[in-house]
Design a protein around this ligand. Structure first.
Ligand code: GDP
Length: 259
């Protein structure tokens, strides 16, 4: 018999009044010249919630970032958005078990939302808090109506953990119904080329039809590709942006990364 922690999933979506963002459709709202990287750089803090029913219901495409603690999620979000402290907001005392929402979109028009779900599996968190948090996260992933895609961070040196597998099981029905899914293999700079290739092929088997991308904040590997994919997920009607320009991708702020 499995000793895995169990999570109950709700039968019906959370009910809350909907927040309608100003644009009717992302494709029409996006200026023709926007690039996926430029769009990612518009990220700004929207709100934080400790419980699902405290999240505003929205009709804007939302992408959730999940991952085991220390997988490199904050660094990845900060690298994609070029906002050094944005995802570290999730690590502030009192917010470690919150869902933090960031708005994306030019000229103050929100055409997508990033949801940063704080890392799971952190040993120092009390068991009850862990279980409560797993429940909130599972409820969110199963019932959030505007959820368009899930990005799972994985440190390829450790592979997918038991908690990652549980999360994959929770989201599988929605992924089978068309929810987008991406596994980001973080800290790719720590792997040789051969190890990268091996990690990619293993993760592709585990991704169940989702995408897998190598990512390094240190080497800026995979940044454009991930930005492009998130753009495509949230702008399916077209309005394809021009390729990212060097000026927008080279302004990276240095991160303190471990070796
Ligand atoms: P989180 O807990 O998932 O948000 O993880 P963090 O973003 O805080 O990263 C955990 C550790 O991994 C930190 O020491 C980071 O500096 C390091 N790290 C994250 N991304 C990279 C990367 O691309 N390369 C390297 N070498 N280290 C990284």
């Amino acid at each position: 018999m499995s000793s895995r922690p169990q999570v109950r999933v709700p039968a019906s979506p959370a009910q809350a009044p909907k927040v309608h963002t100003r644009e009717a459709s992302a494709a029409t709202a996006a200026p023709a010249t926007v690039t996926p990287m430029g769009w990612m750089h518009t990220a700004r803090f929207l709100t934080t919630a400790a419980q699902l029913h405290h999240l505003p219901a929205m009709d804007t495409p939302e992408i959730a970032f999940v991952g085991r603690s220390n997988a490199g999620k904050s660094t990845c979000i900060n690298t994609l958005t070029q906002k050094k402290q944005l995802a570290y907001a999730s690590k502030k005392p009192g917010r470690t078990q919150h869902i933090n929402l960031f708005a994306l979109g030019k000229q103050g028009i929100t055409d997508a939302v990033l949801a940063d779900l704080p890392g799971y599996g952190y040993a120092a968190v009390a068991k009850m808090d862990k279980l409560r948090w797993q429940q909130v996260m599972a409820n969110y992933l199963v019932s959030r109506e505007n959820l368009t895609g899930i990005v799972m961070m994985c440190d390829p040196r450790h592979g997918l953990t038991e908690l990652d597998d549980i999360l994959l099981e929770v989201i599988r029905p929605r992924v089978e119904q068309g929810l987008k899914f991406l596994i980001i293999l973080t800290k790719a700079d720590k792997l040789t080329r051969a190890e990268q290739a091996k990690a990619l092929s293993i993760a592709r088997l585990q991704a169940g039809g989702g995408e897998v991308k190598l990512f390094s904040a240190l080497k800026k590997q995979g940044v454009d590709e991930v930005a492009q994919l998130l753009w495509d997920w949230t702008h399916p009607a077209g309005g394809a942006p021009a390729p990212a320009q060097a000026a927008e991708t080279s302004a990276a702020e240095p991160e303190a990364l471990d070796e």
